[in-house]
Design a protein. Structure first.
Length: 239
């Protein structure tokens, strides 16, 4: 709480005191931005946009998990598959997800689909890499014991590999959540007419900088809350 209070004081000093008579800086001041959150909520704009953004985030991460977990297991279990896919995966991982924006719009048009595609493209790599790392961290002795007891490949995967790799997998999901949330906002500036990213552009076009700052505050607060929930879930899963 003390750190938050200091940050708000510094924010007020920079926008209200150091900024002098600048109307632009004063629009970003806390005494204007914080009440603007209530104004957006009263107008019935904020909550629908928050819901839309969270829905796109959830769908994108679900797609990334459905794609990323099997890929991670595959390259983790097979050295041949890992060597074959490493150059391609490292190349794709280093490309900014937002670089795919023109491709996403060209493939899916304007709407939810390109936003979800970009979110999934950003979230898939932490899941793939952490799942593969979790498989590599499995104690080979456990697998040998399972084989000596007659366990088949599917049984070894379900009873030994997945439980042992669960910690890495959940960490990958948490990292994916943070990256996806960062990518979501600029992705919602691709012509959609809803979402928090759209609200930032809308406030800018109206020169309503207090509302713009209010949306930024909401984005940061929601991101913090999502990460806190992910950390709590991770602690419960990994006593």
């Amino acid at each position: 709480m003390a750190t938050t209070a200091v940050a708000v004081v510094v924010w007020w000093l920079l926008t209200s005191v150091a900024g002098g008579n600048s109307q632009l800086l004063s629009a970003f001041a806390p005494q204007r931005a914080i009440p603007a959150i209530g104004e957006l909520a009263t107008r019935g704009v904020l909550l629908p946009d928050v819901g839309t953004s969270l829905w796109r985030l959830l769908v994108g991460i679900l797609i990334a998990a459905v794609v990323g977990v099997p890929l991670g297991l595959g390259i983790g279990l097979s050295q041949t598959a890992e060597r074959a896919t490493r150059p391609l995966f490292q190349f794709l991982r280093m490309v900014s997800p937002l670089s795919w924006a023109p491709v996403a719009v060209g493939l899916f048009g304007i709407g939810d689909e390109p936003v979800i595609f970009l979110v999934a493209a950003a979230a898939v790599w932490p899941i793939v890499l952490n799942t593969a790392a979790g498989v590599h961290a499995v104690d080979p002795g456990h697998i040998l014991v399972a084989r000596s007891l007659g366990a088949r490949r599917g049984e070894i995967l379900g009873s030994v590999v997945l439980p042992s790799a669960r910690g890495h997998l959940l960490t990958g999901l948490r990292l994916a959540l943070g990256i996806a949330w960062v990518v979501l906002v600029p992705a919602e500036m691709l012509g959609v007419t809803s979402g928090l990213g759209y609200e930032i552009l809308n406030a800018r076009d109206q020169l309503a900088y207090d509302q713009l700052m209010a949306v930024i505050l909401v984005i940061g607060s929601l991101g913090y809350a999502l990460d806190a929930l992910a950390r709590r879930a991770l602690r419960r899963r990994l006593p």
